[in-house]
Design a protein around this ligand. Sequence first.
Ligand code: ADP
Ligand code: UVW
Ligand code: MG
Length: 370
Amino acid sequence: MRILTLNPGSSSLKAALVDDGRAVGWQAWTVDDLSGHTRAVAEALSRWPAVDAVALRFVHGGSRTGPAPVDDALLTALERLAPLAPLHQPVSLSIAGAVRATRPDLPLVASFDTAFHSGLPEAAARYPLPRSWTRQNRLRRYGFHGLSCQYAVRRTAELLDRPVRRLRVVVCHVGAGVSVTAVRSGQSADTSMGFTALEGAVMATRSGSVDPGLLLHLLRTEPMTPDELADTLWHRSGLAGMSGTSGDLRAVLAAARGGDDDARTALDVYLHRLRREIGAVAMSLDHLDAVVFTGGVAQHQPEVIATVVDGLGALGLHPSVAGPALGDRLISPPGAAVPVLIVIPREDLELAREAELLCGQMPGACGRVS
Ligand SMILES: Nc1ncnc2c1ncn2[C@@H]1O[C@H](COP(=O)(O)OP(=O)(O)O)[C@@H](O)[C@H]1O
Ligand SMILES: CC(=O)OP(=O)(O)O
Ligand SMILES: [Mg+2]
């Protein structure tokens, strides 16, 4: 099958043409408004018109445990989740609309970041809130970057020549969004993002975790509406907020190298909190077989990953030799007790795999496929 995959991230839109499990074409756009996304999708559809299906990433799928064919009812349900992933969900919804309007003949499959974490153990999924609030199981930790984790674990098993069921790994997705997940036998055991994609590590423009008491204090004492607070936490915090840059790690590093104290502090906080999240989720595993880094930063800025690893001696990690950006590889020294790997993020392959599986199981929902 030839599948066009669409992966809207918080700083990019990535498209790929995957032919029988192999990516044969790629394109990425830096887009920051919905019309930019719609134009990019039109470009992808006209560049690759001869496809059997389109696979689209939605970061929030609620309690869905796997991919689903896109129809009106699904889009209405996913729209309700938009406030929980404001940097992603409206974009995915608008892309779905554009694909259906341009190519109504093509099956469109939605894959969800959250699905990978749908089996999170109760102790990791539950917020310590009144039972009456959590009883319906909606106010809980969902977790994100699931497609990326799923691929990274599969690839790690290949690189270490061990079956997924025998692996206990921490997967760190370090891109514009950042999350850390403990994976035992291919199952998510704990993860740093929660009810929304705002919890956990410091991100490009997102704060990550902040004491809820501080936020309540701000709402009580500052002339600020909940929407204004949300806008600040999603768009104007994290690396961007602390350093006054765009939040792209390249810009923060350049500013820090130029002697900017705010940028240096931003980097210190970013690294500190990322290590802290790694340590926290690792405690859900009784043994650490590997630590895996993926995402745009791991792919393009391996020196940053080496700096993160340098501070993880308490987990038994040795300083790493990241070297140049060179694809999937071990970066720990030979014989290290805990192998450390960089895996290039390939949500495209995971999107295509899920769409193919779904089309195999539900040929009716996927229409005419070869
Ligand atoms: N050449 C590059 N292209 C894209 N991102 C890069 C590059 N070099 C470094 N990066 C880092 O990767 C981040 C984007 O990661 P990515 O996983 O693509 O984000 P997202 O999926 O959220 O859009 C940037 O903020 C930047 O720090
Ligand atoms: C969930 C999330 O933050 O995704 P991304 O890193 O692609 O923005
Ligand atoms: Mg991404």
